[in-house]
Design a protein around this ligand. Structure first.
Ligand SMILES: NC(=O)C1=CN([C@@H]2O[C@H](COP(=O)(O)OP(=O)(O)OC[C@H]3O[C@@H](n4cnc5c(N)ncnc54)[C@H](OP(=O)(O)O)[C@@H]3O)[C@@H](O)[C@H]2O)[C@@H](O)CC1
Ligand SMILES: Nc1ncnc2c1ncn2[C@@H]1O[C@H](COP(=O)(O)OP(=O)(O)O)[C@@H](O)[C@H]1O
Ligand SMILES: [K+]
Length: 489
């Protein structure tokens, strides 16, 4: 069993491919997957709630419920006071879950078909609820009974361990549909591989600490098999830029921020500060009509005409306003590396000519686009809700459309590029949802590219580091974009 950490390089599968993986693994496993899953859930329950006296297992009508029944058997045999509430539809009960029910009953587990309300009311924080209602089969709005059971878990003082995914959360999108509510878990033990929904949108709020058991314990020793391809991997930082002794400022690349329209100078300052602290050799701001009182003294402010774009990493659009549109044709045609952010993306979305120039840049002049969901929606001509309902696909579509590396920002940032398996970033948290943190990210990507990383590695590394700084932020200190930029190394 593995605990999710910033170093977890897990594969991520959507529902359909997960079912294919499950079939392949089940066919090769000497031990039924459900038995392994139940055992792992019981093991984690005992480890995370060691003092639990009472354990309530809410089991649903499918195989997720079967996992819960298996876990209940082990916990009962370990001496815990266990009650299973089973939402059973006898006509649909899958064979594996039926067998798990028979084993649980034979072991003496108390199984009933309703909420043990009085018993639940006497639970304490040390006790445990196990959510085995719905797993990846949960695709419809919760019926009233399911909602009541989810409510009982969410209002209990006991910890909640969700099996596979918290009930109510969509495994593919990470959304909780408006008509649903979701289990609010302290821990989620997921099986076989990651599911996109655990790592994005509401997933980050309802999963608690995520664990993975690949259920490979029953594979014969030394036997590997060709697994179906995942839809994504979790992002891990690839490399770190290290300044060697035998280097000078020219060795670490030059970044220019083209941004800061009148009244929006702060965005350019934030991007420049980030690039500077990330260790770029020289950092410049080329203003778009604005200015700043507080630009760090180490940042240069050259004339636009003097910029040698052909050898620069250009971060364009931070606080760019309308003015960025006029500068973009030149930037798109000449800049060595380009990071297009904010108003630069809005200008692109509105102008077919700019889109053509972007496509013409080709692989020799790498480009990174850093849209948040609304900017992504403008680029694709769809709604923000449509972007959020399939973040992996949305990021990939933009990447393919413009032959660029793309970061679709937000909870669970996605990095996508043509001919690359997308990655989902797991560092970062809601404290980043404050003005200017996107400008900091753009400056950081610019610095990494200036330092010689390719666009993909630069972007993955920057997104990971940006989020990690936020995750390590002191709990008692507010996170501001400026202070975030100052923390970059
Ligand atoms: N098979 C294996 O080898 C392994 C499987 N594993 C486990 O199985 C899980 C997937 O199991 P699953 O496919 O049976 O789906 P699951 O999530 O239990 O739900 C389906 C049931 O719920 C019902 N239902 C859905 N929504 C509903 C609603 N709103 N309101 C009411 N009912 C609703 C749905 O009804 P239906 O849609 O058919 O009408 C159906 O009866 C997976 O997440 C993992 O935990 C692991 O042990 C690894 C090995
Ligand atoms: N809830 C969240 N969880 C993780 N990261 C977040 C969250 N909200 C915002 N972020 C991150 O913060 C940054 C915000 O960027 P952006 O929306 O462009 O803001 P701004 O334009 O104000 O700089 C992005 O890197 C984004 O991924
Ligand atoms: K569940």
């Amino acid at each position: 069993m593995e605990k999710l950490s910033p170093l977890s390089h897990w594969p991520v599968y959507q529902r359909d491919s997960l079912r294919a993986l499950e079939r392949e693994l089940q066919a090769r496993s000497t031990k039924p997957l459900m038995e392994q899953a139940g055992q792992a859930a019981a093991q984690l329950a005992l480890a995370t709630a060691p003092h639990a006296r009472r354990i309530w297992v809410a089991a649903g009508p499918g195989n997720n419920g079967g996992d819960g029944l298996e876990a209940a058997k082990h916990l009962h045999l370990a001496g815990k006071e266990v009650i299973v509430s089973l939402l059973l539809d006898p006509d649909k009960h899958p064979a594996d879950a039926k067998a798990a029910l028979a084993r649980a009953l034979q072991a003496g587990v108390a199984v009933q078909n309703q909420l043990p309300s009085a018993w639940l009311a006497s639970m304490t924080e040390q006790d445990l609820c196990i959510d085995a209602l719905l797993g990846i089969g949960g695709t419809k709005p919760l019926n009233t009974e399911l909602q009541n059971w989810v409510n009982a878990m969410n209002t209990s003082p006991a910890q909640v361990l969700a099996i596979d995914i918290p009930t109510g959360l969509d495994a593919d999108s990470g959304l909780v549909p408006p008509e649903n509510l979701a289990v609010n878990a302290s821990h989620t033990l997921t099986f076989l591989a990651g599911k996109p929904g655990l790592f994005m949108n509401h997933g980050r709020d309802v999963c608690g600490q995520i664990w993975l058991d690949r259920l490979e314990g029953g594979l014969p020793a030394h036997r590997t098999f060709q697994k179906p391809a995942p839809q994504a991997m979790l992002n891990v930082a690839t490399t770190r830029h290290i300044k060697t002794h035998a280097s000078h400022k020219g060795s670490h690349g030059d970044v220019v921020i083209v941004g800061g329209a009148l009244g929006m100078g702060g965005a350019a300052v934030l991007a420049a500060t980030a690039a500077l602290h990330a260790g770029a050799g020289r950092v410049m701001v080329s203003w778009l009509g604005g200015s700043a009182n507080t630009l760090p003294p180490d940042v240069m402010q050259p004339d636009a005409a003097a910029l040698e774009l052909e050898r620069l990493s250009v971060v364009a659009g931070c606080g760019g306003g309308q003015a960025i549109a006029e500068r973009l044709p030149d930037i798109l045609q000449r800049s060595a590396h380009l990071i297009l952010d904010a108003d630069g993306l809005n200008a692109l979305a509105a102008d077919e000519g700019l889109k053509t120039l972007l496509r013409l840049r080709g692989a020799g002049k790498p480009t990174v686009l850093t849209p948040h969901p609304l900017e992504a929606a403008r680029l694709l001509g769809i709604s923000t809700a449509q972007v959020q309902s399939d973040r992996l696909k949305s990021a990939q579509r933009i990447a393919d459309l413009f032959s660029c590396v793309v970061v679709l920002k937000g909870s669970g940032s996605i990095v996508a590029a043509p001919d690359h398996l997308p990655v989902i970033n797991t560092t970062g948290n809601g404290r980043l949802a404050t003005g200017g943190t996107g400008d900091v990210l753009a400056g950081l990507v610019g610095a990494r590219m200036a330092q010689g990383m390719n666009a993909w590695d630069a972007t993955c590394t920057a997104v990971h580091q940006h989020g990690l700084i936020a995750d390590q932020w002191p709990a008692d200190k507010g996170l501001t974009a400026q202070h975030l930029a100052l923390q970059i190394q």
